[in-house]
Design a protein around this ligand. Structure first.
Ligand SMILES: NC(=O)c1ccc[n+]([C@@H]2O[C@H](COP(=O)([O-])OP(=O)(O)OC[C@H]3O[C@@H](n4cnc5c(N)ncnc54)[C@H](OP(=O)(O)O)[C@@H]3O)[C@@H](O)[C@H]2O)c1
Length: 332
């Protein structure tokens, strides 16, 4: 049985769920895959956070250095969030010969080409299934689809928080601020909801999906972005009366040899599947030249689905290494 040493960068909601997943599913994975997963390190700003996740004191660190120096760490799982220091830590981990698996759409979307290039130069894996759509197997599907197809359009609901707020406004007649408070109470929205409600989170995710489809890095500042803060109850009720819904739609379209990317609240008619995606669920439609249209639907956030995607990526990193790296122009 092969033992795979893991270091967790970030032991918050997602990182703790990775520890729990390894504890709960480790034996089953070991039996089936012949791989024992060992969480050797947990990095956080506060050591108590690492201990609260159930890791021993010797695994707790506030510095990346012991992780980079540990020869028994083969995969670094990044679940810190934010652009920095996450992006630098991922780059340093790849340079130190570790595979990297991440849930961080912000750092990845802003540094995609550089991270892929570093992974390729070091012959290491960089996997990011959890960064968009959490447990929905989007990246695995894209890899499969893109071997033969050209993707002409990506269109979807990729932010569960805003979809929950819009659903509450439509179905419960709530005002925006009440719906936001309800989302915060249920843990679907952060105390500072800016990244979600202003559409940044959706723009990061769209940037990643469009970059893969285009085969070149399209950074998130290329997204024409508008959030949901200006959506009025009247617009929502009017959409409902017309049999549809207002949804925050992320869309990337291949046009005239380039790509147009936008995130904005729009009216979606009832005849469209996306109008029926409720609460904090996600759905992404891929329009492909050979397969036609595909919709992937499911829980786009939450600790358990996100951690499941991260742990699956850890196994793929060990099994396939750099073979699963995306083809991005300028990154090879
Ligand atoms: N939550 C979800 O459902 C979900 C779903 C998909 C993807 N994601 C992504 O997963 C990532 C993590 O999200 P989360 O919800 O788990 O966040 P979180 O609960 O805030 O946890 C972040 C963790 O990272 C640590 N950290 C942050 N900055 C650090 C720094 N500069 N140095 C050392 N440690 C640092 C924190 O340490 P302290 O505990 O000491 O503060 C904490 O342990 C984000 O990129 C997020 O977008 C989350």
């Amino acid at each position: 049985m092969e033992t795979v040493g893991i270091a967790l960068l970030g032991v918050g909601t997602v990182g703790s769920a990775v520890v729990e997943t390894v504890l709960r599913k480790g034996a089953e994975i070991g039996q089936r895959e012949g791989i024992t997963l060992e969480v050797r390190w947990g990095l956080a700003r506060r050591v108590e956070r690492v201990l609260a996740a159930g890791l021993p004191e010797r695994a707790a660190t506030t510095s990346i250095e012991p992780i980079l120096e540990d020869p028994l760490v083969s995969v670094v799982v990044e679940a810190m969030g934010g652009e920095e220091p996450a992006a630098t830590y991922m780059k340093r981990a790849l340079e130190a010969g570790k595979h990297v698996v991440t849930a961080n759409k912000e750092a990845l979307s802003k540094h995609f080409a550089e991270l892929v290039a570093t992974a390729r130069a070091r012959n290491r894996a960089l996997l990011f299934e959890a960064s968009v759509g959490a447990g929905i197997p989007l990246m695995a599907s894209l890899r499969q689809i893109l071997t033969v197809n050209r993707i002409e359009r990506i269109r979807g609901i990729v932010n569960g928080t805003t979809n929950f707020i819009l659903t509450m406004m439509a179905e419960e007649g709530m005002a925006y601020h009440d719906a936001l408070r309800e989302a915060q109470r249920l843990g679907y929205a952060e105390p500072d909801p800016t990244a979600d409600v202003e559409g940044y989170d959706a723009a990061y995710k769209l940037s990643i999906l469009a970059s893969l489809a285009a085969g070149t890095h399209i950074p998130p500042d290329r997204v024409d972005r508008r959030g949901i803060t200006s959506v009025t109850p009247d617009q929502i009720l009017d959409a409902r009366a017309r049999g549809g819904a207002v949804k925050l739609i992320a869309e990337a379209v291949a046009r005239n040899g380039g790509w147009e990317l936008r995130v904005q609240p729009v009216f979606v008619p009832g005849s469209d599947l996306l109008a029926h995606v409720r609460r904090n669920l996600n759905a992404i439609e891929l329009t492909c030249d050979r397969v036609g249209s595909i919709v992937l639907y499911g829980p786009g956030a939450g600790p358990a689905p996100t951690a499941a995607a991260l742990v699956a990526d850890v196994l793929d990193a060990v099994r396939f290494g750099a073979a699963l790296l995306p083809k991005l122009k300028g990154a090879s």
